[in-house]
Design a protein around this ligand. Structure first.
Ligand code: M6R
Length: 613
């Protein structure tokens, strides 16, 4: 997500901040900025674009001061513009703030600060309220003001504040977003990620949720929300710079798989009314009549996003009661779809928001007058700018070519859309909606269980065996078939093992001829309604000597008797099961690719964003 760097010491802060921000570039960003403390005032420079652009525009323009904060922004609230870049300053220009995370109640806070306290806002960001709140509460102690400010805030934050009035001091706070203090000799640092610190120090304090830190060149004091001092344990970083970028994981793909509980939680944030058992997508501006008049929905996407769409079809057909056609964008754009203005809605899904075929499909749909709802992960992307409406996934930047956390958050977005449309059309029973809302909210913790260390070992052991084969099959019915297609794509794209996904019932129509002694077959059996049918297909494989690894839900004990190995998922509503089922498949692909020494993050012949046809 966004990157934070702060410095207080005796070196030239401009260089420390710019160099630190460059070390966070791998995370992706769309604007950058710094604020420097200079003799009782703050100097701020920020711009959309790259850190190199910011550096070119500003180097030599500042006096060589020694305290400052810097930020790279990945746009969430507000487009990637100069004004929306961090740091954000308060009205009096004495306070500057950089922030990662989402302030959920920023609209209410902004309205109060503007209407009742006459604060002037310069950006569309949620972050800016923090600068104004600090100004509001400041009474000579920045730490106190930050404590009071964040006590008003709902959501997640890693933030650093700088005051013009307190020379050499930085104050930071954390909740649900990482922040690390770097300890130096006569200087101290703060950053959202360890790579920004490694050129200066390996001695760190990892801030925990609810902790605050006050940094000066002479020392660092960590306190809790009541101001009580906390004795922090020193964490000595042993990773090299490359490992540090990956948070200590061997590959970005594994890091991104492990980030999925957070990505799912962020994508659900502010979109669920738990008390009412409903979904509230305030960012969508369809009129109730537009939704009620719909007769059909198209979902259009490529690759992994297309596979998410296949799951979306099940959710929408069940909860909205409308027929859904799912199309590969490269096919859709040339097949003259029978679009009807007002009666049809097109949902395009694209992590990057720049995929050429998806963009073309979107333009073609809009030319016919049909409304397009985009699901994308990148604010300011072409898809997000051109669509009629956008629902963002909050997965954060995905660096590995193989899509993992973006896929899971696309599934979440589609469930949210289905519940939202179903509610407005009166198509979903309130009890079912409430049950699914509870199920969605439980997913981040359930993902955490699937990603527990001992579960990873189960998958690594299976993947080590799979890695010796050149062919593999994935089977499933209904939603399991949709996830099987994604599992198969994941395995082939990074491990180069030839993999095919089949609707389990199709086996005997041809594919069974390929089942030979020992061949790996991954059978997905999470769907109660078709469990017996899937198991009879497993028997067909067993009878030909195939070796079956099954993924099923806890409680489906009968599956174990019929397969060679099994992976249990926590019990989950069948409709939501794909969110959990996909994870072991991602990990099997990852461990198999690693065992085969493949270039996991950058598979041969593939690019992260396919901007050409
Ligand atoms: O950026 P998009 O979601 O539009 O990308 C679509 C596909 O290129 C993408 O999902 C691709 O299949 C994955 N990187 C595979 O893991």
């Amino acid at each position: 997500m966004c990157g934070i760097v702060g410095y207080t010491g005796s070196k030239e802060a401009f260089t420390v901040l710019i160099d630190g921000l460059k070390k966070l570039e791998y995370r992706g960003y769309d604007s950058a900025g710094i604020a420097l403390q200079n003799d009782g005032r703050l100097e701020v420079a920020k711009a959309a674009g790259s850190i190199a652009d910011l550096e070119r525009k500003t180097r030599g323009k500042f006096e060589p001061v020694t305290v400052g904060i810097g930020h790279t922004r990945w746009a969430t609230h507000g487009r990637p513009t100069d004004d929306n870049a961090h740091p954000h300053i308060s009205c009096c220009e004495n306070f500057a703030v950089v922030h990662n995370g989402i302030i959920e109640n920023h609209l209410a806070l902004r309205a109060r600060l503007r209407d009742e306290e006459s604060h002037r806002f310069r950006s569309q960001t949620d972050t800016e309220v923090l600068a104004h709140l600090i100004e509001e509460y400041y009474d000579g102690d920045l730490l106190l003001a930050v404590r009071q400010a964040v006590s008003r805030v709902e959501g997640s934050y890693a933030m650093v504040a700088l005051s013009a009035k307190e020379p050499g001091r930085l104050v930071c706070a954390r909740k649900d977003s990482p922040l690390v203090i770097g300890l130096g000799e006569g200087e101290n640092f703060v950053a959202s990620d360890i790579p920004a610190l490694l050129a200066h120090t390996r001695k760190t304090y990892i801030l925990e949720d609810g902790e605050f830190a006050s940094l000066t060149p002479a020392g660092v004091v960590v306190t809790d929300a009541r101001g009580a001092r906390i004795d922090k344990q020193l964490f000595e970083v042993k990773w090299d710079a490359v490992a540090a970028e990956k948070g200590g994981y061997a590959h970005f793909m594994l890091k991104e798989i492990m980030e999925q509980p957070v990505a799912v939680r962020e994508t659900l944030r502010q979109r669920i009314d738990a008390a009412a058992g409903k979904v509230t997508l305030d960012e969508l501006a369809f009129t109730p009549d537009e939704i009620r008049n719909l007769e059909k929905i198209y979902i259009v996407a490529c690759g992994t996003a297309y596979h998410a769409g296949l799951v979306g079809k099940f959710a929408i057909e069940k909860l909205v009661g409308l027929p859904v056609e799912v199309d590969l964008a490269s096919e859709y754009r040339y097949r003259e779809p029978l679009l009807q203005k007002g009666k049809h809605l097109v949902i395009v899904i694209s992590q990057s928001g720049e995929t050429a075929d998806t963009l073309a499909a979107m333009r073609l749909s809009r030319e016919s007058g049909v409304k397009v709802l985009a699901v994308t992960n990148v604010v300011g992307s072409s898809v997000s700018r051109e669509a009629d409406q956008v629902l963002f996934t909050w997965a954060g930047p995905e660096v590995a070519v193989a899509s993992t956390k973006a896929y899971l958050t696309q599934l979440i977005a589609l469930y949210l859309i289905a519940l939202y449309l179903g509610d407005i059309r009166g198509a979903v029973a309130p009890a079912l909606a409430a049950e699914l809302v509870r199920g969605l909210r439980a997913l981040p913790d359930q993902l955490g269980l699937v990603l527990a260390a001992e579960r990873l070992e189960e998958l690594r052991a299976y993947a080590a065996r799979l890695a010796r084969w050149e062919d593999a099959f994935f089977l499933g019915r209904n939603l399991d078939y949709a996830v099987a297609m994604e599992g198969s794509l994941k395995l082939k794209e990074i491990s180069y093992i030839h993999a095919e996904a089949y609707a389990a019932g199709e086996l005997k129509h041809g594919t069974l001829a390929l089942i030979t002694e020992g061949i790996p077959v991954i059978a997905l059996a999470t769907q109660q309604a078709v469990l017996e049918k899937t198991l009879s297909n497993v028997q067909e494989v067993n009878a030909r000597g195939g070796s079956v690894f099954a993924v099923t839900q806890e409680g489906h004990r009968e599956v174990a008797r019929q397969v060679d190995a099994i992976f249990y998922l926590p019990p989950v509503h069948d409709l939501l099961a794909p969110v959990l089922t996909a994870v072991p498949l991602q990990l099997i692909a990852y461990y198999a690719a690693a065992a085969r020494n493949c270039s996991v993050d950058k598979p041969r012949n593939l690019a992260k964003s396919v901007t050409v046809e």
